[in-house]
Write a protein that binds this ligand. Structure first.
Ligand SMILES: C[S@@+](CC[C@H](N)C(=O)[O-])C[C@H]1O[C@@H](n2cnc3c(N)ncnc32)[C@H](O)[C@@H]1O
Length: 279
């Protein structure tokens, strides 16, 4: 891209508009590049940009206009009150996944409240979002987090260190990562989008392995539910995030593996998003 002479703040934001970048996104990006609060931009319309910063901002605009998530450009994302570092090695944590965390915390404070040191696992942890949020709110829990992606686990471990949260990390495919462990509570937001889903192309900047297990999208959910009876303590719970059209299938899977109290909870948009039950 030809950078041209460095413009004013107002002209830089006007360029963002011509590239189709959302106004708020452009303001966030420019504020970050300038290391200023967003409010500063509004009061300094006519301030000239330094040539290097203008180049940096243009680089961000090109990436954002190409559909890259804002979180990758910022390098971080808020999740359940925590600021997590994110890179293209991990899925950007979604607000809907906080539902799974809130359900887990409700159990740790309710049905599992008598357990002194609850054993909790997060399968397919990505940035560490679920595991870290649970550990942050329930320090007495022993929390293990797994992923089959080494590069995702490196991001999750760095988040744990930076946030001072003591979570154990293990590499491996689903239950194979935790062959002999049993838990009071297992959580997972596995890849669940079907291979031909029309939403997938728009998510192309995030790791495909975090989004889809291929086929009809149920493969990873099936594997987790089938293995769960060998990894849950008596009365232990399994809570799963899934696609809004998969609740019935996941409930069926849970019941066929002998789970009791099977129920589904709805996300902020009113869609069936998480299902779970207990042994
Ligand atoms: C939908 S992302 C969820 C990430 C994170 N838990 C969250 O909610 O933001 C699914 C995660 O499962 C991981 N994954 C995919 N296949 C896996 C497998 N066979 N075993 C373990 N983890 C797997 C991906 O690497 C990815 O981090």
């Amino acid at each position: 891209m030809n950078c041209g002479p460095a413009p004013t703040v107002a002209a830089a934001l006007a360029t963002a508009r011509t590239m189709g970048v959302d106004r708020l996104d452009a303001q966030w990006l420019l504020a970050r590049v300038l290391n200023r609060p967003r409010s500063w931009l509004l009061a300094h319309d006519e301030a000239p940009l330094d040539a290097d910063l203008w180049r940096q901002f243009q680089g961000h605009l090109v990436r954002r206009a190409g559909g890259e998530p804002l979180a990758y450009l910022h390098g971080e994302k808020e999740f359940h009150g925590l600021t997590l570092s994110v890179t293209p090695a991990v899925l950007v944590p979604r607000p809907d996944t906080e539902l799974l965390v809130d359900w887990a915390l409700e159990l740790l404070d309710g049905a599992l409240a008598e357990v002194k040191s609850p054993q909790v696992a997060d399968l397919g942890t990505g940035s560490g979002a679920i595991a870290l949020a649970v550990k942050n709110c329930c320090p007495q829990a022993t929390v293990m987090a797994t992923d089959n992606s080494q590069s995702a686990l490196a991001v999750a471990e760095a988040n744990a260190v930076r946030l001072g949260l003591d979570v154990g990390f293990v590499t491996g495919s689903w239950w194979a990562a935790l062959p002999v462990r049993r838990f009071h509570l297992v959580l997972s937001n596995p890849p669940y989008i079907a291979a031909g889903d029309p939403h997938l192309p728009a998510l192309r900047h995030e790791p495909a392995s975090a989004l889809t297990p291929g086929g009809d999208g149920l493969g990873a959910l099936q594997e987790i539910v089938h293995g769960a009876p060998h990894h849950l303590l008596p009365g232990g719970w399994l809570l799963l995030e899934h696609g809004f059209e998969q609740a019935e299938a996941v409930q069926r899977l849970l019941r066929s593996e002998g789970f009791a109290g099977v129920e589904t909870r709805h996300d902020l948009g009113g869609q069936p998003r998480c299902s779970g039950g207990h042994r």
